[in-house]
Write a protein that binds this ligand. Structure first.
Ligand code: GDG
Length: 738
């Protein structure tokens, strides 16, 4: 069967009504539902989500009925209890994540019970997805209620493509870090192959948290994690431009009796007060939308420019939302009072400055409001995108009208032709209102022209299409950039070749290959388990085991004292072959160190968490514990400074795993490997290493060798293996194979 796309969101795009035990259902017409239509209707795609009715509200018959009606719309329901809704939805989602991600720290409630419920409900969603998903399918998960879902699915279905899109802002690391279960949340999202945000700023904040909290490697917009590449990108969501534009056009053509009651009222108003302009705002009644600020700024405007009294009216549509959460109840009270106070203070016999509606209106009324307003005043304190701003512009069929938009809305990034304001600056908002009221028609038209062009081109359908295209492409990148996995089959083949060979050579890097990384490199010596393993490998017949490391001779000598291992140290300066004494492979000068050391010291001083490791023939600057972004800046700087200081290519700067090492150019593990290889005719060669310095070794080993990179990263090695644990396991097999 063909692969399919599964969309998952908290709510299904269905409106269900249960009246006197009778169930009514109709598809909802929101922006997301429209955008996803092409994705959803294609082939045998399905949409998984909650119906909006709890288990307690549904008896067995109605529940069955809901399932059947949903199935007709290619929807599958996730069943939630009242407890789930109270704790997962009203609790963690709307009292912790929503305020936190919108920078309302003081509104957050980090209750353990909410968090437990969030996990349980995400698992309920995962169970339903797992019932329906097959290998080769794509899954597109939406929004902050389901941050743990990608990983929950990945655990059971590692091969499916998972995309995640966040509709709200991703906050800066300084905010995000305060969430008590921040690691789990990030790891949950990282189950995805593609993570989408509305703007580059949210993307950058997310990557910053990934680097700082999980300490993962990020390469531009790609995260290497769990042997996968996770791509992060921004996809600014658009609207169904045609729907709004065409509706406005057809409304204009209606004769007065055919017009809606609301439109007739608006027409009447416009006719009777020729010089009065209408300012419109529409939003859910949410503290992120800056409603009180907007009212206060309007009051400020009326005081600052009293000549506009009776000449302008603010129409505010506030749609009821989350009224179970106390902050929303308080906001309702505050808004009611502010509107009352200002209307009381400024109204005259002929004029009330604010018309305030607290309700939701049908689509046609929305279009009436949009197309009758001279100005849209959209002032959120924080907003992921804000579609209202885009919808207003789309309805301006004559291209007149002015959009005043908060720079805190994601939409502001693409809507430069709007008048952009800071929602906390009343002075600026008052001036913007004045500018908008007085803006010449030609200027309005030229601004809207550009805005409309963009909205038309990057519609919500295009947005969905771009996301899906990118999701399909991510599967591809994950495969092409890295080596092949040394899986069980390859391992078996390798062991066969090993057994059949006459002369075998094993070149083993030490740090990051035989042992994991330690914060202090001095503590990374071998434990008994590793020594026992190496002893066994070293004792194998016609097998040469060489530990080839960047460490200095003294350290390896101390660690492997009394053991007849072949050792190569300092990246290839010194060699000690089995049962022989040390000899230099390269003659080196070290006088350059005197000049470079003070330079490195200035980097240590300016970069907390870093330190210098002095080796006999090289200097290493370790930055594993430093702030990753600062470290990135400093490594670039250090590369430039050092390269400008050294002459005749005498020194090489090696970018290792969270370390920069400066050493003489004539030494590297590749040359050392060649030296060993030249001594005998080996018919089995295995080279294992984890960082850049090992790449020289991978380059030198002959065709047909087993070169293995530890970790899922770009490499010249033929194979990759997950971690040091797997390296040890592989050596264990080798030790037992003869
Ligand atoms: C979240 C993010 C992001 C409003 N009132 C009525 C009505 N609406 C429709 C509008 C618009 C939608 O609701 C509101 O969308 P927004 O984008 O403005 O805001 P949120 O609801 O907070 O949405 C936001 C969005 O997700 C998408 O990713 O932009 O930042 O917070 O489409 O037209 N529709 C009808 N009657 C109303 O009274 N029919």
């Amino acid at each position: 069967m063909d692969s399919k796309t599964i969309i998952v969101s908290n709510r299904l795009p269905l409106q269900l009504n249960l009246e006197d035990g009778a169930l009514q259902m109709k598809p909802s017409v929101g922006g997301l539902a429209t955008g996803m239509k092409s994705v959803h209707k294609d082939g045998n795609g399905i949409w998984i989500g909650w119906s909006g009715l709890t288990e307690e509200e549904l008896d067995e018959n109605i529940a069955k009925n809901v399932k059947e009606l949903a199935a007709k719309e290619k929807c599958v329901t996730v069943s939630l209890t009242q407890y789930d809704v109270d704790n997962f939805y009203y609790g963690l989602s709307n009292r912790a994540l929503w305020p936190l991600f919108h920078y309302f720290m003081e509104y957050t409630e980090f209750e353990k019970e909410y968090w437990e419920s969030y996990k349980t409900v995400n698992q309920k969603f995962a169970d339903v997805v797992l019932e329906h998903v097959e290998d080769g399918d794509q899954i597109w998960i939406h929004d902050y209620q389901l941050l743990l879902l990608p990983e929950m699915i990945r655990q059971h279905k590692p091969e499916v493509s998972i995309g995640f899109f966040l509709h709200i802002p991703f906050p800066s690391y300084e905010i995000f870090r305060s969430f008590p279960w921040r690691e789990e949340l990030l790891l949950g999202i990282l189950g995805s192959d593609l993570i989408g945000f509305h703007t580059y700023d949210y993307e950058r904040h997310f990557l910053s948290s990934i680097k700082r909290i999980l300490r993962l490697d990020v390469n531009f917009n790609e995260i290497t994690y769990d042997q996968r590449i996770v791509r992060v990108d921004s996809f600014p969501m658009g609207i169904d431009y045609k729907k709004f534009h065409d509706a406005a056009k057809s409304h204009r053509k209606l004769c007065s009796e055919e017009r809606s009651e609301l439109q007739q009222k608006l027409d009447e108003h416009i006719k009777s007060k020729k010089n009065t302009k209408l300012i419109l705002s529409i939003d859910r009644l949410d503290y992120t939308k800056g409603i009180p600020n907007r009212i206060r700024a309007f009051e400020y405007f009326l005081n600052k420019y009293p000549e506009f009294k009776e000449k302008v009216r603010l129409i505010m549509l506030s749609v009821p939302s989350r009224s179970d959460v106390p902050q929303y109840q308080l906001l309702k009270k505050e808004t009611d009072e502010l509107v009352g106070r200002i209307n009381g203070e400024f109204s005259s016999v002929n004029w009330t400055p604010i018309w305030y509606f607290y309700r939701s209106l049908p689509f046609d009324n929305l279009v009436d409001l949009y197309s009758s307003a001279d100005i849209a005043l959209i002032t959120p304190i924080r907003d992921g995108m804000n579609l209202v701003a885009k919808e207003y512009v789309a309805t301006r069929t004559k291209k007149d009208g002015v959009l005043i938009l908060s720079e805190m809305a994601g939409a502001s990034k693409e809507m430069n032709e709007a008048i952009l304001i800071n929602p906390n600056n009343f002075e600026q908002i008052a001036d913007a209102i004045k500018t908008a009221l007085e803006m010449p028609l030609e200027e309005q038209i030229s601004r809207n022209n550009l805005l409309q062009k963009r909205l038309k081109r990057y519609s919500v359908e295009k947005w969905a299409h771009e996301f899906m295209k990118s999701l399909k492409a991510t599967k591809h990148i994950a495969k092409v950039v890295v080596s092949e996995e040394l899986d069980d089959y390859q391992k078996e083949l390798m062991l066969q070749k090993f057994k059949n060979a006459e002369n075998r050579l094993l070149l083993l890097d030490y740090d990051g290959t035989l042992t994991g990384f330690q914060d202090n490199p001095q503590n990374a010596g071998p434990n008994d388990e590793l020594l026992t393993l190496l002893d066994k490998v070293n004792a194998l017949d016609r097998t040469e085991m060489v530990i080839i490391s960047g460490r200095d001779r003294e350290t390896l000598e101390r660690w492997f004292k009394g053991r007849a291992y072949s050792l190569i140290t300092d990246h290839g300066v010194w060699a000690k072959e089995k049962d022989q004494s040390w000899k230099p492979l390269e003659r080196l000068r070290t006088d350059w160190m005197e000049n470079i050391r003070p330079v490195l010291e200035t980097f240590v001083d300016r970069t907390p968490g870093t330190f210098i490791e002095e080796k006999k023939y090289s200097l290493a600057w370790h930055y594993r514990k430093a702030d990753p972004e600062l470290a990135q800046i400093r490594t670039n700087e250090l590369n430039t400074v050092v390269t400008s200081l050294i002459s005749n290519n005498e020194l090489t700067v090696l970018n290792g795993n969270k370390v920069i090492e400066i050493k003489s150019s004539s030494v590297n593990k590749g040359r050392a490997a060649s030296y060993i290889l030249s001594k005998k005719n080996y018919d089995f060669v295995l080279a294992v290493g984890d960082d850049w310095t090992d790449e020289y070794m991978f380059e030198e080993v002959p065709e047909g060798s087993y070169s293995i990179k530890v970790g899922f990263q770009k490499s010249k090695a033929k194979y990759y293996i997950k971690n040091t644990q797997d390296v040890r396991e592989l050596l264990g097999f080798i030790a037992k194979s003869l």
